[in-house]
Design a protein around this ligand. Structure first.
Ligand SMILES: Nc1ncnc2c1ncn2[C@@H]1O[C@H](COP(=O)(O)OP(=O)(O)OP(=O)(O)O)[C@@H](O)[C@H]1O
Ligand SMILES: Nc1nc2c(c(=O)[nH]1)N[C@H]1C(S)=C(S)[C@@H](COP(=O)(O)O)O[C@H]1N2
Length: 209
C-alpha cells in the first residue's frame, strides 16, 4: 500500500511537493581539480528537466574513498533527502568503491535497479557489464549508483528510444516515483517527454490545477 503521508503543498505554490535531492560525484581526479567535474552538472540538468517538483539540490564532490562516500550518504539522508544519486566509482578498478560504500549504509537493497541499469548500459557499451552499481533504501531515502561517464547518467535514468522517440528500453527513473511513494517520500511528478513515471492506477494523484 502506497503511503503518501508527506502531502505538504509546494513551497512554490505549484501544488507539487518540494523535494531535497542529494547528488554525489565520486571521482579522484575531478575532486583534485585534474579535470572539471561533469557529474554534478549532468545530474542537476537531468533532474531539473525530468521533474515538475521544486528541487533543493545537495551536491557533494568527493574522492573514491569508501569512508568519505558512506559519510556523505548518511549525512544527506539525515538532511532530509528523499533521493540520492551518485555517479562514478562503480567499476572493477581497485579504487572503485561506491557500491561497497552504498551497501554499508543500506537498510534494504533494491536489486532490480542494478539489474535494469546494466541491461540499459549494455545497449550502449559492452563494458556496461563491468559496472557493479547498486540501489538501496536508507530510512525514507532511495540511493542509486550511476556510472561515472557523464553521458551514462541520462542514458541510465532515461533509457533508450527509437528514431521516433518511442521507448526501446525503459530507464530506471520511471520506477523511482512509485518507490518513493512506498517508502513514505514526497510525490514526484515527471515530465513525460523526458521520463514517463509508472504508478499503478490507485497510486496516481490528481494533477495540481
Ligand atoms: N566527475 C567526472 N567528471 C568528468 N568526467 C568524469 C567524471 N567521472 C568520470 N569521468 C570520466 O568517465 C571515466 C570513467 O569514470 P570512472 O568513475 O571509472 O573514473 P576513474 O577512471 O576511476 O577516474 P576518476 O575517479 O579519477 O574520475 C573517467 O575516466 C573520466 O573520463
Ligand atoms: N549507460 C552506460 N553505462 C555504462 C557505461 C556507459 O558509457 N554508459 N560505461 C561502462 C563502463 S566503461 C564501466 S567501466 C562501468 C563502471 O564505470 P564507473 O567506474 O565510471 O562507475 O560502467 C559502465 N556502464
Amino acid at each position: 500500500m502506497a503511503s503518501n503521508d508527506n502531502d505538504a503543498s509546494a513551497a512554490d505554490g505549484s501544488g507539487h511537493d518540494p523535494v531535497r535531492i542529494g547528488i554525489v560525484s565520486v571521482s579522484d581526479r575531478a575532486s583534485r581539480g585534474v579535470y572539471a567535474d561533469q557529474g554534478l552538472p549532468a545530474l542537476r540538468d537531468w533532474l531539473t528537466r525530468a521533474l515538475h517538483n521544486p528541487i533543493a539540490f545537495e551536491p557533494r564532490l568527493i574522492p573514491d574513498e569508501q569512508a568519505d562516500i558512506s559519510a556523505a550518504l548518511i549525512e544527506l539522508v539525515a538532511a532530509g533527502c528523499c533521493l540520492v544519486l551518485t555517479t562514478g566509482g562503480t567499476g572493477p578498478a581497485l579504487r572503485d568503491v561506491t557500491p561497497e560504500a552504498t551497501l554499508a549504509v543500506a537498510h534494504r537493497q533494491m536489486p532490480g535497479f542494478g539489474e535494469q541499469m546494466r541491461q540499459i548500459g549494455l545497449r550502449f557499451v559492452p563494458t556496461a557489464i563491468l559496472s557493479r552499481q547498486v540501489a538501496v533504501v536508507r530510512d525514507r531515502c532511495l540511493i542509486i549508483n550511476l556510472p561515472g561517464q557523464p553521458k551514462a547518467i541520462a542514458e541510465t535514468l532515461e533509457g533508450l528510444r527509437d528514431a521516433d522517440g518511442r521507448p526501446l528500453v525503459p530507464g530506471i527513473f520511471a520506477a523511482v516515483p512509485y518507490c518513493l511513494d512506498l517508502i513514505g517520500g514526497p510525490y514526484l511528478e515527471t515530465r513525460d517527454a523526458v521520463c514517463k513515471a509508472f504508478r499503478p492506477k490507485g497510486a496516481v494523484r490528481a494533477t495540481p490545477a
